[in-house]
Design a protein. Structure first.
Ligand SMILES: Nc1ncnc2c1ncn2[C@@H]1O[C@H](COP(=O)(O)OP(=O)(O)OP(=O)(O)O)[C@@H](O)[C@H]1O
Ligand SMILES: [Mg+2]
Length: 284
């Protein structure tokens, strides 16, 4: 088992730029020995996971294995039973309320369910985190919200629409705009392309990849979408039996002999996605 203390940036050290692909990559989030449960039910036990700066980490696992629970536990929304979680080098159990609020400004979240407030327009939704964490004029709030809305690939006229007037793809983009509101360093996306048609999903994937490159974002993406796993994820972690079954690039997943991973990555959907990825590579 790896020791987090050696890899995590300590508070005294300056944060280093993205070094994805190098041996000593900076760990933005380190999870060790995590145990989470509800009542008599244990959802995860002894779970270890690192998220490196600058990477797009795809997170897979069967339905109900705890992907959303892990995300919410890292965000501090679910209480863990045991283990440590370090975020930007700080143990979240050892920081003050004020420090936690500062942390919350450094991440953005696109939740699996209830992505937007239905009574607010898209622009108001995007402004919510800014109103909560920053003090700025209405003019600036408007200006920044419009920038985020465009960044997420939405037409400016979507800003004054309510979620009920938007398509599924537009809602995901609006939720992404809100996740980007505070210029986060890391975004958590819980199944961002579920419910989108394949073209909409592919466009969303391209958007994530572009944002990751241009903003230097770190992305933690829960997904069932094989195309996303092949085309945009630098690394994949698979959750099952309450722990990480395997983690690494797609090749590691394809070589795994764990029955669930084999079934998942050697199934029909995976083979189709692999074929697409090869064709896309040949076209470049
Ligand atoms: N607040 C809660 N109280 C009790 N049980 C919960 C709670 N939240 C989640 N669970 C349970 O934890 C387990 C993991 O749920 P989770 O939503 O994380 O699954 P998931 O891997 O995200 O699944 P999916 O792919 O369907 O989204 C499920 O059995 C779920 O019923
Ligand atoms: Mg989920």
């Amino acid at each position: 088992m790896q020791q987090p203390a050696e890899k995590v940036t300590t508070p005294q050290q300056p944060e280093t730029p993205a070094r994805t692909g190098h041996a000593e990559r900076e760990v933005l989030i380190g999870v060790r020995g995590l145990e989470v449960g509800f009542g008599p039910k244990t959802i995860m036990k002894g779970l270890d996971l690192d998220i490196y700066r600058g990477e797009i980490l795809g997170f897979v696992g069967g339905s109900g294995t705890g992907k959303s629970v892990l995300t919410r536990t890292i965000l501090g929304l679910i209480r863990k039973r045991a283990g440590t979680i370090t975020v930007f080098g700080k143990d979240i159990d050892r920081i003050s309320e004020a420090e936690h609020r500062l942390l919350e400004r450094r991440w953005g979240v696109l939740f699996q369910h209830g992505a937007l407030f239905s009574a607010l327009t898209v622009k108001q939704n995007v402004q919510m985190p800014m109103r909560e964490y920053l003090h700025m004029s209405e003019e600036l709030l408007d200006e920044i919200a419009m920038m985020k809305i465009e960044m997420a690939g939405l037409n400016p006229d979507a800003a004054d629409k309510f979620p009920s007037d938007l398509s599924g793809g537009m809602i995901k983009r609006a939720a992404l705009a809100r996740a980007l509101a505070l210029d986060p360093e890391i975004v958590f996306l819980d199944e961002p392309t579920s419910g989108l048609d394949p073209i909409g999903a592919a466009e969303f994937d391209d958007l994530i990849a572009t944002l990751q490159k241009t903003l230097g974002l770190t992305v933690f993406m829960v997904t069932h979408d094989m195309d996303s796993l092949y085309s945009v994820c630098d690394r994949i972690a698979a959750l099952g039996e309450g722990r990480i079954l395997a983690e690494g690039p797609i090749a590691t997943m394809l070589a795994s002999d764990h029955p669930w991973i084999r079934a998942y990555f050697h199934g029909k959907r995976s083979r189709a996605a692999a074929g697409e990825a090869v064709r896309a590579g040949e076209e470049e």
